[in-house]
Design a protein around this ligand. Structure first.
Ligand SMILES: Cc1cc2nc3c(=O)[nH]c(=O)nc-3n(C[C@H](O)[C@H](O)[C@H](O)COP(=O)(O)O)c2cc1C
Length: 168
């Protein structure tokens, strides 16, 4: 009667973010360019009658300050051939110079955020809501192992305004 499936089979979004990873892109107004960081935690869903993308940013990321300043964020998804570039953007900080140039990722600015030439899927999100993860709100306290330095994420719930896929 019922066949059990995995969470990944139930929703493509789980592996899209968790396994393929994404770049959270922001404008860097102070330097007149853009920055992006790799993220593998997040969600795509439906909230307040809108399609949404949710991302989680620790306070020590350079992206943390940029995300606060930006009205929109871009969420970019790439093919496996860009794994090295995404690994780089997940280690290097934009605080130390133009990381996207070093990663060899070209982009143009649209809607105030970077849209990468090589992304197979680009999502433009407008920030609707933000909050910090709070220690006191954990129901399963074992999740605190993700925060040995108590560097709790700030999360952004963004309305998905535009989506682009790359023409081949
Ligand atoms: C696979 C992978 C996933 C990551 N996911 C997240 C995440 O969801 N949230 C976060 O704050 N940092 C995450 N990071 C770490 C940031 O990408 C990393 O610290 C990056 O250098 C921050 O760049 P920035 O300082 O230019 O913002 C991840 C790193 C990797 C390699």
């Amino acid at each position: 009667m019922f066949r059990e499936i995995t969470p990944s089979e139930a929703s493509d979004a789980i592996d899209l973010i968790g396994k393929d990873w994404m770049l959270i892109g922001t404008a860097d107004k102070k330097h007149g360019n853009a920055n992006a960081m790799t993220a593998s935690w997040g969600a795509l869903g439906f909230l307040w009658n809108r399609p949404v993308c949710i991302c989680f940013i620790r306070p020590q990321r350079y992206t943390f300050g940029l995300a606060k300043e930006n009205e929109r964020l871009s969420f970019s998804f790439f093919g496996e051939e860009y794994r090295k570039a995404l690994t780089f953007c997940g280690k290097e900080s934009g605080r130390n110079g133009d990381k996207l140039e070093k990663a060899g990722l070209t982009y143009s600015m649209a809607y105030g955020v970077p849209v990468f030439d090589s992304a197979r899927l680009t999502v433009i999100g407008r920030k609707l809501y933000s909050d910090e993860i709070k220690k006191a709100n954990f129901i399963d306290m074992s999740m605190l192992k993700n925060y040995p330095a108590e560097d709790f994420h700030t999360f952004y719930i963004c309305e998905i305004e535009r989506c682009f896929i790359k023409n081949r």
